[in-house]
Design a protein around this ligand. Structure first.
Ligand SMILES: NC(=O)c1ccc[n+]([C@@H]2O[C@H](COP(=O)([O-])OP(=O)(O)OC[C@H]3O[C@@H](n4cnc5c(N)ncnc54)[C@H](O)[C@@H]3O)[C@@H](O)[C@H]2O)c1
Ligand SMILES: [Zn+2]
Ligand SMILES: [Zn+2]
Length: 366
């Protein structure tokens, strides 16, 4: 079928929205008419580093829409279902079988090669292949081909333009708090970077009644938003020694920390700001090589661990997050600014500059 898609031909080129041909769904595929898609910082990183050899690509991995058709083997969703799209997993490797699909053996093949795992493209433009299976969705488009493992039914109550970021950014920040760190009420959590992921962590910590939640970000409007969402304190890293300030606010240091900045210097601040036996979750991706402060990790018995997609099973966590949103405890809309599909370049620029936390593109406007 003919669809509209935002094509990324190279790192520097602006997006080009054009008509492309999308395959009919295969037996294991779900055709989704997309309503909205969030922009995650990972889309910016991927646009910048995506190999020319597997370009042009259609990015986008926070799609939300309505199921239009399903392949013969699909039983979990039906046409008409309102769905959020997330990441794919195989369902049977040791990590999937033990409830940790973000570390799926086949994660890269299923999400990061731009085509189906067998190498076939899902999209074509004027007969030439386009890479249209990014995160099993490529949702900077009017329609997506997705799979049961990454299609989550969310019901008709939640606005799909609010639900879209649940598929990655919100799931990642909230899941890191709820699934991985699980800080108790007496804990102190420092979130480095108050963007889409960091503020989702702040919301989840606030919903879990964590006593001390500190957000660190150089952008004043983001610190302000962190306070509105429940942070008990914020720190401008430009103004103070961040480690001293965390110690001043917590006494012995933070029991838990999250890095969403992907900056080595900030990761070392986070390590040093931890109390003995504290845990740091690394969430920011594409961290340049740097020397981790091993001495601080060793002498404090600290834990530094990586977290992908909040260690979440999307079919479990996303409905829980929808319920929290329904109860007013996860006000995702406060992070969102809406853009027409044709303004995708502006949406990317506004994430890069810090102007917008979470752009959501209206895909019905293309
Ligand atoms: N691990 C995963 O599964 C996963 C999933 C989604 C996103 N990500 C990654 O998480 C990161 C955050 O994504 P996002 O969408 O929230 O991005 P974002 O750009 O909205 O947030 C990053 C924030 O860091 C802040 N920052 C910059 N320098 C800082 C400093 N010195 N101290 C404190 N804060 C500083 C920025 O002002 C910004 O608010 C990105 O690297 C993204 O690719 C990872
Ligand atoms: Zn797997
Ligand atoms: Zn993402």
């Amino acid at each position: 079928m003919k669809i509209q898609a935002a094509i990324s031909a190279s790192a520097k080129a602006p997006f080009e929205i054009a008509e492309v041909e999308l395959d009919d769904p295969r037996a294991d595929e779900v055709l989704v008419r997309l309503s909205a898609v969030g922009v995650c910082h990972s889309d910016l990183t991927m646009k910048a580093v995506w190999p020319e050899a597997i370009s042009p690509i259609v990015l986008g991995h926070e799609g939300a829409g309505v199921v239009a058709a399903v392949g013969a083997d699909v039983s979990g969703v039906r046409p008409g279902d309102h769905v959020v799209l997330s990441y794919r997993s195989c369902g049977s490797c040791p990590q999937c079988a033990s409830g940790h699909p973000p570390y799926c053996r086949d994660f890269r093949t299923l999400n990061g090669i731009g085509s189906r795992p067998d190498g076939s493209p899902t999209m074509r433009r004027n007969g030439s292949p386009l890479y249209g299976s990014y995160f099993g969705q490529s949702s900077f488009a009017s329609h997506a081909l997705a799979y049961e493992s990454n299609v989550v039914v969310v019901g008709e109550e939640i606005d799909l333009g609010v639900a879209a970021p649940l598929g990655c950014g919100v799931q990642t920040g909230a899941g890191t708090v709820l699934n991985v760190l699980a800080p108790p009420p007496e804990a102190s959590l420092v979130v480095f970077g108050a963007g889409g992921v960091g503020l989702s962590a702040v919301m989840a910590a606030s919903a879990s009644a964590v006593g001390t939640v500190i957000a660190v970000d150089p952008v004043p409007s983001r610190r302000q938003l962190a306070t509105e969402l429940g942070a008990s304190a914020t720190i401008d890293p430009a103004g103070v020694d961040v480690v001293d300030e965390v110690r001043r606010l917590t006494g012995a240091g933070a029991t838990h920390a999250i890095d969403t900045t992907a900056k080595g210097a900030v990761i070392n601040q986070a390590v040093e700001a931890l109390a003995p036996l504290g845990t740091l979750a690394l969430v920011g991706i594409h961290v340049p090589e740097f020397a981790l402060n091993i001495q601080s990790v060793m002498s404090g018995g600290k834990t530094v661990r990586g977290v992908i997609e909040g260690d979440a099973v999307p079919h479990d966590l996303i409905p829980r997050l929808v319920a929290l949103h329904h109860d007013g405890r996860l006000p995702i809309e406060k992070l969102i600014r809406r853009y027409e599909f044709s303004d995708i370049d502006a949406a990317f620029a506004d994430v890069a500059s810090g102007k917008t936390v979470k752009p959501v593109l209206d895909l019905t406007s293309g």
